[in-house]
Design a protein around this ligand. Sequence first.
Ligand code: ADP
Ligand code: MG
Ligand code: MG
Length: 914
Amino acid sequence: MSTAESEKYVYYFGDGHAEGNAKMKEVLGGKGAGLAEMTNIGVPVPPGFTISTGVCTYFYEHDKSYPPQLQQAVAENLGKVEASVGRKFGDREKPLLVSVRSGARASMPGMMDTILNLGLNDETVQGLARSSGDERFALDSYRRFIQMYSDVVLEIDREHFEHELFALRDRVGAQTDAQIPAESLRELVATYKNIVREKLGKDFPQDVNEQLWGAIGAVFNSWHNQRAITYRKLNQIPDDWGTAVNVQSMVFGNMGDDCATGVAFTRNPSTGEKKFFGEYLPNAQGEDVVAGIRTPLPISKAQVVGDEKSLEEALPDVYEQLVDVYKKLEAHYRDMQDIEFTIQSRKLYLLQTRTGKRTGFAAVKIACDMVDEELITHTEAVERVEAGQIVQLLAPVFDASEKAKTLKGGRLLGRGLPAGPGAATGRIAFSAERAVAMAKEDAVILVRIETSPEDIAGMHSAAGILTTRGGLTSHAAVVARGMGRPCIVGAGHLKVDYSKGELRSEGHEPLEEGDWLSIDGTTGEIIGGKLATRPSEVIQVLIENSMKTEESETFRNFHRLLQWADEIRTLGIRTNADTPNDARVARLFGAAGIGLCRTEHMFFAEERILRVREMILARNEAGRRKALDELLPFQKSDFEGIFRELAGMPVTVRLLDPPLHEFLPQTEAQISSVAREMNWGFIELRNKVNQLHELNPMLGHRGCRLGITYPEIYEMQVRAIFQAACDVKKDGVDVHPEVMIPLVGTVKELQLTADMTRRVAAEVMKEKGVQIDFLVGTMVEIPRAALIADKLGEIAEFFSFGTNDLTQMTFGYSRDDAGTFLPEYVEKKILPKDPFESIDQEGVGQLVKLGTERGRSTNAKLKVGVCGEHGGDPDSIRFFRTCNLNYVSCSPYRVPVARLAAAQAELAAKAYEG
Ligand code: ADP
Ligand code: MG
Ligand code: MG
């Protein structure tokens, strides 16, 4: 017997009591859980019921049909709503109207469609007019309903309706919908019904039950519309979670001037500032604010610019109710909330609450402030900031003096609302498709009148987003914040003309597609042309010393949060750095050593490359040694710089790894110049180069294979490492080199190279009379090495998983060529993610786990780390923590992300282990 028979599918909320609560997001979706919780804590919510996500799952598993008992359950709950409100669904005198709202587990802004005023038909609309005493309002509700229902359920393009609405507004000279008189609305309703008849060949449904089930079906169907699929993919939301459906009695924000609808954040979602913050529209219905059709008004006096009238001033008593409610909600959820409300005849109703999306800036500030307010603990603060978001605090801003100059020079085109902080410069694209295409060449600023869910891909590829319409809670603002894109909205003084492909601002030449534009998402300034950026405050304080700690709250919060993370995490964080400068940056970001110092980059500098070429091309060992002797001082000084920079911290130096051909002269001109320098004939040299050519160099003569066939190369490197270490130590600086052998696949390879390393190290230490504390270890990047890790563990003192090569070789994907098919693989769900970005836990990850276990089985003290790109990826870090690695190593700018992610991984592991 299936559990479907006994499962509860419908949950009621209303009159101070709900069958669900905040913890039931999986069953009720985020919206349903929020409505239930608000009802339970005494916040005014119109009564209704939630059809569970289980029905969505059932729907897709049963050929789009419903569980048999659903019909009955819906009818019963509708009855409860009717009793509560004192109106009946479909009644000619006092009709109950409902909204039908989707609501997935994770909020998906604008992805799923809501229908308002359902239950209206030619008869009930008259009942509504009579019972409310307001015919205009009844007709306004009806025309909205026909349009929404036609769009979402009947799939008639809303353009047809909007076209008529705009034309009507022009005809009657109305600035807003609220000014259209009743008789014109009656005409509009008739026109709307004609459109439906024309497009569909039948009448707009008059049966209210048909309307209700049509809407419910449309919500479930919309789970698989293209916009929802795209959003889920970008945000990694599983397809099989499903959506719930909320059916809720209507309250009306469009019944007159003491009515309104709005959205608000309990704190500022862009900056995190602790100020109630929001927007509303008088005499309107919810979708009007969200859709950005009219630019809404500010909620509080403090937000007012110019002569707008805030809610605080227009309806002070209601504003006070709202303040009470938001404080109650924030204290209850102990997090910043994003709320949606409607005011009907001076009475406030909450329609939604959820954890507010925020920028990285706001996330860090809110977490720190809430710790100071004793609302949350350090641990909760660490859990609340998405690790990847913290890089926003490192993103560039415009150079203040450069910007001042452009402003003086008259390049300021206008201002809009700062919706996503950060500076962006790019070429103008007027459509999402163009943005995607142009972003392949240059940075792009997507410029739109407003954005809609169809634009997501374009927004994703843009460096910044500018809209001329809509408020801080419009689609563009919400999505840009989620993506961390600099964004300005509601720049009403600028005019976008799609047909001419122009952006106009009075007193300026119009800009066209491809022209440069700069936007400051922190201040809202829009500037013509390209504008230089400068480092963020965090960089200025930490790296450049050009700003003081006291001057930057952003830096102080960044620093505090990461310190709390450090108290939690057990996983060490190192960096991949090849130069003293990179090492310094990483150290300042909190890296505790170098996990990968590549030596090959050091060979490319001008004075060195020739000697490297001489070494490779030498006719015999003597020639090779001579060139190596000349290279040694260079290498030694490189290592000295790094050792001094990382005083006392471990530094893993990888011996030469890439195929030799990377160093060879390629062009005829290069060959002839090297030939001259080396006193060789051109032909002779070219033959030698050809002879060294490899078909698959990445699988060819590289890594320890070079160290074994040309032992003098590795010997020179080891000598340089230890000479540098001894000299630095003599100066009183503590040094801990860790020599790492790359590309080991057999025991003997490691044995030979490790023996040589230890022998040369001993020789140098004896010559210098200095004792160095060092380790010898191996990369584990060939699958075979992971499989024989127990034997390698007997020789190596540490392992470092080179997960880039390990991924390449385990999958058999060439990293340089995988771009041709990997995107399609991810698209077709052959792979959940690009395995070069996030570790493939099922396969490659198992080699990491097994290699670690086997290595430690013979060497309990074995130190194990990761040095691939995955070391800076939060999901991969979570996985590596479960493998009990000692550290991850990542590029310097990812170090803060890794610190935070490692703390979160620790908390997750602890929660899992109980
Ligand atoms: P979204 O998921 O796109 O935010 P919602 O289901 O929250 O869609 O609906 C959008 C808006 O419609 C709400 O913010 C609210 O203003 C309005 N709305 C929804 N249901 C009702 C209702 N029962 N009464 C009044 N307004 C409603
Ligand atoms: Mg919507
Ligand atoms: Mg909503």
